[in-house]
Write a protein that binds this ligand. Structure first.
Ligand SMILES: CC(C)(COP(=O)(O)OP(=O)(O)OC[C@H]1O[C@@H](n2cnc3c(N)ncnc32)[C@H](O)[C@@H]1OP(=O)(O)O)[C@@H](O)C(=O)NCCC(=O)NCCS
Length: 167
């Protein structure tokens, strides 16, 4: 098998599931010491890209980030854990889910801060789109996310069409 063929062999979700940890520092926060929403969005983008890179084994660009809510305030000194996994691959794009948790390492507790679905497109060094190998969901949760990602893709497509028509 040549390298190009090898690179399109399906891979399980677990192979690219990723974790990124960040301590909240004063430069990440507003004057009240609370984590800036924009900084968290940046970390979510990075954590999502980690899983997308690992799955596709290529460069990726962020095509979209779905709606985000911020459930819990996070403060300077807190530890934020970001977990990402590839939910589904389409053709050149893939949906990645990211969850951000704030962990109280003194009490051994964690609370969900935010979550998001991101779409990444695999590209080569010249920016040309590349086909992404299929992802294999194994657990019940991964299978549910896979099914749901298909429905979300249809919603995104419809919304893009609507915007295009109204542009
Ligand atoms: C995202 C980007 C690669 C799409 O390229 P395009 O030529 O406009 O889009 P195409 O119609 O060829 O679609 C390519 C793939 O992207 C997907 N896609 C395009 N726009 C999308 C969007 N807004 N949301 C989700 N997926 C999107 C398509 O569904 C398609 O997926 P598929 O191959 O799996 O079916 C291009 O718009 C781009 O480079 N944007 C800038 C990316 C960037 O710089 N991100 C960092 C933030 S600034």
């Amino acid at each position: 098998m040549n390298e190009k063929h090898d690179s399109l062999i399906p891979r399980p979700v677990r192979d690219s599931q990723s974790e990124m940890d960040e301590f909240v520092l004063p430069n990440d926060a507003n004057p009240l010491g609370a984590l800036l929403g924009g900084r968290l969005m940046h970390w979510i983008d990075m954590a999502g890209a980690l899983a997308a890179h690992r799955h596709s084994r290529n460069y990726v660009v962020t095509a979209s980030i779905d709606h985000m809510d911020f459930h819990t305030p996070v403060h300077v000194g807190d530890l934020v854990i970001l977990r990402s996994s590839v939910n589904r691959v389409f053709n050149t794009s893939m949906e990645v889910g990211v969850k951000a948790w704030v962990e109280n390492y003194l009490l051994n507790e964690s609370r969900l801060v935010s979550s998001a679905y991101l779409t990444f497109v695999a590209v080569d060094a010249a920016g040309r789109h590349l086909k992404v190998p299929p992802v294999i969901p194994e657990t019940d949760v991964q299978k549910r996310r896979y099914e749901d990602a298909g429905r979300r893709r249809e919603i995104r497509k419809a919304e893009r069409e609507r915007k295009r028509r109204n542009a």
